[in-house]
Design a protein around this ligand. Structure first.
Ligand code: 3AL
Ligand code: ZN
Ligand code: ZN
Length: 473
């Protein structure tokens, strides 16, 4: 007997939106049909609601173990589920220890298994000094290796010089896993930061001036050259500018195996918003501090160029780069000293519905691809990301007729701080299911019974054929 039937929702998939019944058995989608005649143990009438694949956020920092005072797995994953998410991939840094070897992986895995409200996957780190640990991380199931091309802000996660990045890509290519890069030039951003600070500059404006678009382009170009040379799969995280997407998309069209990620904050905000709102206080913090991130917000022109690339299908996927901190790390007059990171894991679907679907005509089908199918496909997350029989019953029901204003009490974050507070959104998330288990309903999160590490299915490059004497003439 079917466990659940969700009746007559608008089912949103990359290939189209259709009204149908979705039947669930043993945690998987068992049937997807115009009408399922038989009953199920439990049914939901969902006329008028949209049923999206559960969103997959490949870029979060939940910071546990070590920095549970910044976020933590339980609160971060609960926020993901409340925003329609069913799976996240945690970054290797901001936790203590960083995920750089087998031991640190095992510590994080144990914490995830006991605390996560959702399924999860893990990134390993690539830094100078941990190259020899990449194989053991791969064996344990990381989806790939994250490297910083500029200062990460954390001494325990040093940035990769070009030689380390090159050697790391060679190892990753052999392991069949991607390298993800935070693409900003260390030489240029460090130089500009030093110059501005030496002049006593401290405003948010000065911070933006220390990381202009060309410093991002310089790093993207370098990463593309190395990926082409090593035949390593490359994932460029949080591309902030339309120009950055154009550069990477061009290389992709020429055959470089690269995927492009941007974040909701680069789609929702620009320098023009900062100009207007910089000193407005949200939850006691300045808007300029809540939106401080690296790479930083860009001009209105770059934001609209980025949108046009999203609408043209040039961006593969969207990750939140949820990187929260306690309020005290975002206080003070010196913009350079404030913690860089935006808290947004709960708002990704809302931003795409408002800024994309409602304001710019982004099809709902594209949202299903950007937030679920593409991340699952790119990172080999089998059984995830699609609303098809045989796939895990991971989905979310949202009411696109219902608008709401985001309030601090809506947020599941440890710190109720977000640049989206006080903004109105459409598409309130009503329920989220993971492997057929209701994880979010009636404004409450009930963690999945068995939070599971999703390991990537890795396709290794073919090894040279061994000599078979029987076959020889
Ligand atoms: N350490 C960390 O989370 N850094 C992130 N924050 C941000 O704004 N950009 C990043 O890469
Ligand atoms: Zn980054
Ligand atoms: Zn990040």
């Amino acid at each position: 007997m079917l466990e659940w039937i969700i009746r007559q929702a608008q089912i949103v998939r990359p290939q189209g939106v259709l009204q149908a019944d979705l039947g669930i058995a043993e945690g998987k989608i068992a049937r997807l049909e115009p009408e399922i005649a038989e009953p199920a143990r439990q049914e939901i009438r969902a006329e008028g609601l949209h049923l999206f694949p559960g969103t997959i956020d490949v870029h979060v920092h939940f910071n546990q173990p070590g920095h549970t005072d910044w976020e933590g797995i339980a609160s971060g994953s609960a926020a993901l589920a409340a925003g329609g998410g069913t799976l996240f991939v945690d970054m290797p840094l901001n936790s203590v220890p960083c995920t750089l070897d087998a031991e640190s992986f095992d510590l994080k895995l144990a914490a995830m298994r006991s605390l996560s409200a959702t399924d999860f996957a893990l990134w390993g780190g690539l830094t100078p000094g941990n190259l020899e640990h990449l194989p053991e991380l791969a064996a344990r199931g990381v989806v790939g290796f994250k490297a910083f091309m500029s200062n990460s802000g954390l001494p325990e996660f040093p940035s990769c010089d070009v030689a380390t990045l090159y050697e790391g890509m060679k190892v990753a290519a052999e392991l069949g896993l991607p390298v993800a890069v935070h693409a900003e030039s260390d030489a240029l951003t460090a130089h500009l930061t030093r110059t501005l600070r030496a002049q006593g500059k401290t405003t948010w404006h000065d911070y933006l001036a220390s990381r202009p678009v060309f410093t991002e382009l310089e790093a993207i170009a370098q990463a593309l050259i190395l990926a082409r040379e090593t035949e390593c799969k490359l994932h460029i995280v949080h591309i902030s500018s339309g120009s950055g997407v154009a550069l990477a998309a061009e290389a992709k069209a020429q055959g470089v195996d690269v995927s492009l990620e941007t974040c909701p904050h680069y789609l929702a905000f620009s320098e023009a918003d900062l100009e207007r709102l910089a000193s407005r206080e949200v939850a006691g913090l300045r808007f300029s501090a809540l939106t401080k991130c690296a790479p930083p917000l860009r001009s209105e022109l770059e934001r609209e160029l980025l949108w046009s690339q999203v609408l043209e299908g040039k961006v593969d996927l969207i990750g939140s780069d949820h990187s929260p901190s306690p309020a005290h790390l975002k206080q003070g007059q010196d913009a350079f000293a404030q913690w860089g990171g935006v808290a947004g894991v709960q708002s990704t679907l809302g931003v795409l519905l408002r800024e994309g679907w409602h304001r710019r005509g982004l099809p709902l089908e594209a949202i299903a691809s950007l937030l679920a199918e593409a991340p699952a496909r790119r990172f080999g997350l089998e059984g995830k990301g699609r609303l098809e029989p045989g796939y895990d019953a991971d989905f979310t029901l949202a009411d696109l007729q219902q608008s709401f204003t985001l309030q601090p009490e809506d947020l599941f974050y440890r710190h109720k701080l977000s640049p989206y507070l006080g903004q109105s959104f459409i598409g309130k998330v009503q329920r989220t299911f993971i492997r057929g288990q209701p994880v979010f309903a009636d404004g409450m999160v009930r963690p999945v019974a068995d939070p599971t590490l999703i390991r990537p299915r890795v396709e290794l490059p073919p090894s040279p054929a061994s000599f078979d004497p029987k076959e020889s003439p």
